[in-house]
Design a protein around this ligand. Structure first.
Ligand code: NAD
Length: 295
């Protein structure tokens, strides 16, 4: 298959592009390198195009498009720019998929569930806390309108961690930030009082969900593990994996509690049924695998 991966120099896109190549597919990457880096693409043999998903016009045609490119930091300061790039890029790539009769898989987010009830179900009322979540919900709503006409799968990613995420800086996973502090012998810094929860999913499972999306019925599915882990529990898991006994340093939460997600956990029923997806890595196994390659 000839595949396009947008955002292929970023965290998830690079893991996906390299896995697609491993499976024998031809891969083209489009990335503007705003947060991504060519360093994530060591060993990549396909075509790399530096360009913008909002405006790029392709000479190539594709059988499948994996649209990962976006402004990914929920705290990005310019709301208009988030909408322009995220929704504009989505529309441009969706139109390309329509013209190419290509399968279209794109990245949505669990951010749009905000502080809604857990476990979070695809159909539940959305709780939008920022332009990032709004942009992704707009993408989901536009996708839904086309389900009868073409193959489209949206994946609502929960909190992903794993190799190739360092390029994201402050927006990288809390697992990376805490592991770095703890490896340096410092107390892991978490928000008071560490009872907030996250559904952490390993990037290899997310790549798997993208591959399964090619054969799933059009739809929007959660990509999470179904397990919520508190910040305190996460520190314990990291202590065990690193062989340390560091106690957390509790710091004041600097964000407005209305816009900060206190508790995320996926309901995985629909993804299991339609996407045939179930995360294979437990938090412990994912962290163990990740630490093997973490400098
Ligand atoms: N990592 C997570 O936990 C998570 C959670 C929910 C959703 N997502 C979504 O997954 C996708 C990938 O995110 P990521 O974590 O790999 O982040 P990332 O920042 O590493 O990757 C995004 C990539 O897109 C590129 N890009 C951004 N704007 C672009 C544009 N206008 N044109 C071309 N390229 C552009 C960046 O340079 C980068 O390489 C995003 O759509 C993000 O919203 C990620």
């Amino acid at each position: 298959m000839r595949c396009l991966v947008t955002g292929g120099a970023g965290f998830i896109g690079s893991n996906l592009a390299l896995e697609l190549e491993k499976k024998g597919h031809e891969v083209v990457i489009l990335d503007n390198l705003s947060t991504g880096t060519r360093d994530n693409l060591e060993g990549f043999k396909g075509i790399f195009l530096k360009g913008d998903v909002v405006t790029h016009e392709f000479k190539q045609t594709f059988d499948a498009i994996f649209h990962q490119a976006a402004i990914t930091d929920p705290r990005y300061s310019d709301d208009k720019e988030v909408m322009r790039q995220n929704v504009g890029g989505f529309r441009n790539m969706l139109e390309l998929a329509r013209k190419n009769k290509a399968k279209f898989v794109y990245a949505s987010t669990a951010n749009l569930y905000g502080n809604g009830p857990v476990p979070m179900k695809e159909s539940q009322k959305k709780d939008l806390t920022c332009a990032y979540g709004r942009s992704k919900l707009m993408m989901d709503e536009e996708a839904e309108k086309r389900f009868g006409q073409m193959h489209i799968v949206g994946l609502r990613y929960f909190n992903i961690f794993g190799p190739h995420e360092a390029n994201k800086g402050r927006a990288a996973s809390m697992i990376l930030h805490l592991a770095k502090q703890m490896k340096a012998g410092k107390a892991p810094r978490i928000f008071k009082l560490g009872e907030q929860k996250r559904d952490h999913i390993y990037v290899k499972d997310v790549v798997d969900a993208n591959l399964l999306a090619l054969n799933a019925p059009s739809g929007i599915y959660n990509a999470g593990t179904g397990v919520g882990t508190s910040f305190n529990e996460l520190v314990e898991v990291l202590n065990r994996a690193l062989g340390t006994e560091l106690k957390p340093e509790y710091i004041d939460m600097p964000y407005d509690p209305k816009t900060y997600q206190l508790n995320t956990q996926a309901n995985t029923d629909l993804a299991q049924k339609k996407l045939k997806f179930k995360a294979l890595y437990s938090l412990q196994d994912g962290i163990k695998n990740y630490l093997e390659v973490l400098p």
